[in-house]
Design a protein around this ligand. Structure first.
Ligand code: NAP
Length: 458
């Protein structure tokens, strides 16, 4: 009976994971995707707990309580900290895979066949390197570690040597699983390589790297599936591995960067110098009252949300502004840049949370041709994704990144607290245009005032 129930539960779990990924890829079905994915995981855990080889549930219960105690507070972290949170989850997942692989090695060696040993080596290599690399990525994003890239001469040679040594000792272990003392050396090399991999990468590239580490953790879990002869792990790991890789490619494309450039380019270093070179130039600033006056005269407004809107949690005030403008007959749309914010889909999630209708959200490629007809481009806490330097300044670190053409609107209104740069650490020439009005202040407070002033004036 149990023998038949477990494969059925696993099959249902695998189908749920595939459906979850499909539904997660569009905003209207994303909630359903999350629920189905979580239900699939519950089925997978239930199936595994039914396995007859489990002798006692005592330690499993301890792990369950400990996991819940860590997982629940992690889930409560604010939206803006999602990249860090994801890095931590990858670190734990990868460590679990590497430790299972280590335990299997010591339980079975030297009687391990070549294929299984090959999978085990891959599992442990990817697991340990992802563990330390993800912790480093977490440290950089949380600013516990310096976010700038740390580079030195021949660094790539050293890193490749480390990886080469780890791969060579892994290959030796596949040929000679009886070389038991070599195993800790192999694991140690993978752990050190994970640290070295992240040291030269700047904080600006961390979200892309995290997505790549997601892929490694998935591949490690798939390899674990072969070691443990667990088909569900193979399926789930392969889905995780491929989706992480696809996401990294999408993010690199949206920033016009190549993978090798992200991994070996030391991106953040250019930004630091570029940011420091910015000289003092005059800008036109406006009060919320003056800004509301401009909005009253507008009939087409394109709102450009960015990271600042997320930090300020201004999405509900933005919804109030949307309602007020729409009520006054203004056509309001939201321009969505693929890497606005700190994770893909960041803006979509926040605007959906504030119940802004999906059909008002327009992707970059589609909305860019509409900016010249817009009376106002209202930039709320977005910076890099609106910087015209990306189009023409070959020395800019964001040169070539596709941007939202807000500078083509009749009036540009920018809400931010100061003249501080955005994620890439560079000045934004948009702010110095004659038709740009800077409305300084916290996004939530400024948008709130705009709503009041706008309503008062209509
Ligand atoms: P951004 O360039 O990071 O700029 C955000 C702006 O928000 C800052 O200039 C800041 O200026 C302002 N701000 C911060 N807190 C605020 C508050 N409470 N109220 C009002 N304004 C506030 O943001 P972005 O235009 O969204 O661009 C995203 C950046 O992240 C890009 O460089 C992108 O490449 C990078 N990135 C994104 C992803 C992704 O997946 N989304 C992944 C990797 C990298 P003040 O300090 O003056 O207020």
């Amino acid at each position: 009976m149990i023998d038949r129930a477990i494969p059925l539960l696993y099959l249902a779990a695998a189908a749920s994971f595939i459906l979850a990924l499909k539904w997660l890829s569009s905003v209207p079905t994303a909630r359903r995707g999350v629920i189905v994915g979580a239900a699939g995981m519950a089925l997978a855990v239930a199936g595994t707990l039914m396995k007859p080889e489990i002798e006692s549930y005592r330690w499993i219960a301890v792990a369950f309580v400990a996991g819940t105690a860590i997982g629940v507070p992690m889930a409560m972290m604010p939206m803006t900290a999602v990249p860090q949170r994801t890095a931590l989850s990858h670190a734990f997942g990868a460590l679990a895979a590497a430790l299972v692989g280590t335990a299997e090695f010591y339980l079975r060696a030297p009687a391990i066949d070549r294929f299984i040993m090959g999978a085990l080596v891959l599992e442990v290599l990817l697991g340990f390197l992802t563990f330390t690399a993800s912790l480093m990525a977490f440290g950089k994003l949380q600013e516990i570690l310096p976010t700038r890239p740390i580079t030195w001469r021949n660094q790539n040679i050293l890193n490749f040597t480390l990886l080469g040594l780890a791969a060579a000792s892994g290959a030796y272990l596949v040929a000679r699983p009886d070389a038991i003392p070599l195993f800790p050396v192999f694991g140690g090399l993978a752990l050190v390589f994970g640290v070295m991999l992240i040291i030269p990468i700047g904080g600006a590239d961390m979200p892309t790297v995290i997505s790549l580490l997601n892929s490694y953790a998935g591949l490690s879990a798939a390899a674990m599936g072969f070691v443990l002869d667990n088909k569900l792990l193979i399926i789930a790991g392969a889905l995780d591995g491929s989706s992480g890789l696809i996401l990294s490619v999408i993010m690199c494309r949206a920033m016009n960067r190549s993978f090798t450039n992200v991994l070996f380019g030391a991106f953040g270093q250019v930004q630091a110098t570029a940011g420091a070179a910015g000289e003092q130039r005059a800008v036109r600033s406006a009060t919320p009252e003056e800004a509301a006056g401009v909005l009253q005269a507008a009939s087409r407004v394109i709102v450009v949300p960015g990271y600042g809107m997320a930090v300020a949690q201004a999405q509900h005030k933005v919804r109030e502004l949307y309602d007020a403008l729409t009520k006054a007959g203004v056509d309001v749309r939201f321009a969505i840049h693929p890497v606005a914010g700190r994770m893909p889909g960041h803006m979509n999630v926040l605007l959906a949370e504030a119940n802004i209708p999906y059909d008002r959200l327009v992707e970059m490629e589609e909305v860019n041709s509409d900016f010249p007809q817009a009376d106002v481009a209202l930039v709320i806490g977005a910076n890099d994704v609106t910087n015209p330097a990306a189009r023409h300044d070959t020395n800019s670190p964001i040169y070539g990144m596709p941007i939202l053409d807000v500078d083509k609107a009749r009036t540009v209104m920018v809400i931010k607290r100061s003249m501080s740069p955005g994620f890439a650490g560079i000045d934004n020439e948009l702010y110095y245009l004659d038709r740009t009005l800077m409305v300084f202040g916290d996004a939530k407070a400024v948008v709130g005032n705009l709503v009041k002033e706008f309503a008062g004036g209509t």
